[in-house]
Write a protein that binds this ligand. Structure first.
Ligand code: ATP
Ligand SMILES: Nc1ccn([C@@H]2O[C@H](COP(=O)(O)O)[C@@H](O)[C@H]2O)c(=O)n1
Length: 211
């Protein structure tokens, strides 16, 4: 069973994906980290972000088991990830890795921007998680402050909007809900309520598959 979760930046898709994976005993991949890891390697070596061949070479050396969320979480890396994510050849390379991960048994939860539309269009469960930009920016600000990091609400809101705009308007694998995705707007939901709503959706699909 594959659970595909998409949504804009800081919408809560990762939180939901981790909780669903733990609940159902599935493996989880945050595909944003694959783009971030390539971007971080390019930035660390002072390499250009627009060179597809170099980005592909870096992607070929990625080890999904070594993606470190904390090390890849900065604004700068997120912005660079969104800039390299327009490169079709790089996406092809990363999508192949992600599809391979999706074969995990008994199931896999993948979250990103194009999981339901491109990576796993056959997934029986697709969720599109969203929330108002101001709510997402407030949650991300609080998250950073709670970790003792600097966080400016205005800057974070502008960053989220800029990335959403780029991710939604690119010609390759743009951010959008799959036609058969269940929409989950969590603007007015806490984490537990969103999780329960998602579990209900997955349970319903599992029951209908069972007969
Ligand atoms: N329903 C919710 N209510 C309140 N806070 C939430 C909710 N869902 C997620 N959060 C919080 O919002 C922040 C962003 O969530 P999360 O990191 O899961 O988003 P994301 O979509 O995976 O982000 P990214 O695009 O950076 O990968 C986290 O601090 C998380 O704890
Ligand atoms: N399936 C995906 C996942 C991510 N991206 C791009 O990476 C950027 C960072 O992603 P986060 O989930 O860590 O915020 C994001 O802004 C996208 O540009 C993608 O294209 N496809």
């Amino acid at each position: 069973m594959i659970i595909a979760i998409d949504g804009p930046a800081a919408s809560g898709k990762g939180t939901l994906a981790r909780r669903l994976a733990a609940h159902f005993g599935y493996s989880h991949l945050d595909t944003g980290l694959t783009y971030r890891a390539v971007a971080a390697a390019l930035l660390a070596r002072g390499l250009p972000l627009g060179d597809e061949e170099i980005a592909i070479a870096v992607a070929r050396n990625l080890d999904l088991a070594r993606l470190d969320r904390d090390m890849l979480s900065s604004h700068e890396i997120g912005e660079a990830a969104s800039r390299i994510a327009v490169l079709q050849g790089l996406r092809d390379e990363l999508v192949a890795l992600q599809r391979n991960f999706a074969r995990h048994e008994p199931g896999a939860v993948l979250d990103g921007r194009d999981i339901g539309t491109v990576v796993c269009p056959q997934a029986p469960v697709k969720l599109y998680v969203t929330a108002k930009p101001e709510v997402r920016a407030r949650r991300r600000t609080d998250e950073l402050l709670s970790k003792g990091k600097d966080a400016d609400y205005g800057e974070i809101l502008a960053d989220l909007k800029r990335r959403d705009q780029r991710d939604s308007n690119r010609s390759v694998a743009p951010l959008k809900p799959a036609e058969d995705a269940h929409l989950l707007d969590t603007s007015e939901m806490d984490i537990e309520t969103a999780f329960r709503a998602a579990v209900d959706i997955v349970d319903k699909v599992q029951r209908s598959k069972a007969g």
